[in-house]
Write a protein that binds this ligand. Structure first.
Ligand SMILES: *Cc1c(COP(=O)(O)O)cnc(C)c1O
Length: 394
């Protein structure tokens, strides 16, 4: 096979051709500032309104509650820091989980330095939080719960409807990082009592550097960027109109095709999981078997280094990941895999394959063959594996 096989859709996705097409006019002839009165500006404004409406509809909310940002990380930073500042007179306690994205965890570190207290909920072996532990962790001074909708490494989906119900009952704000979930599984912010939700364009075949934060009407959060009155005075700066037009198109495509794509990708996911479990010994599926994103496959292979596996897969034209893109490059094992209870050596030997509707079964077969061959090769070089085999023989 001479073309590239892209199995890293949790890191980013291919920008859809229709998305690129929707963006191009706004780099060229439609360059007007959306805040301007004349018709050149109106074209930009119209594209922005259309994107905002599509997003609002997809979440069962109103366009006035959608704020464009420069992506998932910015939305997460804004939600946490602004909520902490706005509600600190009520209390300084925040609840999150041990398996959040670094955009949440590092923002919590920052808030901790500013005098906030953070509780990190455990997760079980499948990566699901414990609702009883959540309830027990809520105190009088708790102002915010931030739990991701679905995990970027192991794909586990959290019970956000139940979390939202608990937060509402106890009068605590609920933010969810839905960057991996949005556009892939349905989310209703009203039904789930979500006060704030982060999402990002490039995880759903949209452009990079654009995303949004949903802020429920009535929440008094300060602006993230001070300046002009864009985004209802909460996020100043002339809008990234091309990216917003692209995001709008990506959202429309994702929601038009969600059922069909989810069905197709889930079938491919389960085929891949089954085939790896059947053909490669000493492997373990990470994440929940059914409560998981349609596109996520994550395995640990005992006795190997995930980094070596990735390099050798790359030589065969396969793009994959071990943990999240942010963790590769460092030697620390993934905090997510440690939180689900994997020992360090198993966390190091992990492989994440994340699919899209563009993948084919032929690619999956080729990938399993490649992984099987490389894992066998790496194990043959591993003294740990040699010891293990000797012990097995007695
Ligand atoms: C990718 C990702 C982010 C960061 O989004 P960017 O748009 O890349 O800043 C945040 N949270 C999760 C769960 C992600 O997967």
């Amino acid at each position: 096979m001479d073309h590239r096989i892209y199995l890293d859709n949790a890191a980013t996705t291919r920008t859809d051709a229709k998305v690129v097409e929707a963006m191009i006019p706004f780099f060229g002839e439609c360059y007007g500032n959306p805040s301007s009165i004349y018709s050149l500006g109106a074209a930009s404004k119209k594209a922005m309104n259309s994107a905002r409406e599509a997003i609002a509809e997809s979440l069962n909310t109103t366009p006035q509650e959608i704020y464009f940002t420069a992506g998932g990380s910015e939305s997460d930073n804004w939600a946490l820091i602004a909520a902490a500042e706005a509600y600190e007179s009520k209390g300084r306690h925040i609840i999150t989980s041990k398996i959040e994205h670094h955009a949440i965890l590092h923002t919590c570190d920052y808030l901790k330095k500013r005098g906030f207290e953070i509780t990190y909920l455990d997760v079980d072996a499948d990566g699901v939080i414990d609702l009883e532990q959540l309830k027990a962790s809520i105190r009088k001074d708790t102002i915010l719960i931030s739990i991701m909708a679905a995990n970027n490494e192991i794909g586990t989906i959290q019970p956000i409807a139940q979390i939202g119900a608990i937060a509402k009952e106890r009068d605590v704000l609920f933010h969810t990082d839905a960057v991996q979930a949005y556009g892939h599984i349905p989310i209703d912010v009203k039904a789930c009592h979500i006060d704030m939700l982060s999402a990002s364009g490039h995880k759903l075949h949209g452009p990079k550097g654009i995303g949004f934060l949903y802020i429920r009407q009535g929440l008094k959060l300060r602006s993230f960027i001070h300046g002009g009155s864009q985004e209802r005075k909460r996020r100043a700066g002339t809008e990234n109109v091309p990216a917003i037009a692209g995001l709008g198109t990506a959202v429309k495509l994702a929601f038009e095709n969600m059922d069909e794509n989810a069905k197709k990708i889930t079938a491919m996911r389960d085929y891949l999981i089954e085939k790896i479990e059947k053909e490669i010994p000493y492997c373990k599926l990470n994440g929940h078997r059914t409560e998981r994103l349609p596109n996520n496959v994550n395995f640990s292979f005992t006795f190997i280094e995930g980094e070596s596996l990735l390099i050798m897969l790359d030589m065969k034209g396969i793009c994959a990941s071990s943990g999240s893109a942010c963790t590769s490059g460092s030697l620390d094992p993934s905090h997510v895999l440690l939180a689900i209870g994997l020992p360090h050596e198993q966390a190091h030997g992990s492989l994440r394959l994340t699919l899209s509707e563009e993948n084919t079964y032929e690619e999956l077969d080729y990938t399993v063959e490649a992984v099987k061959e490389i894992v066998a090769k790496l194990r043959n070089m591993s003294p740990l594996y040699e010891d293990f085999c000797k012990k097995q023989k007695g």
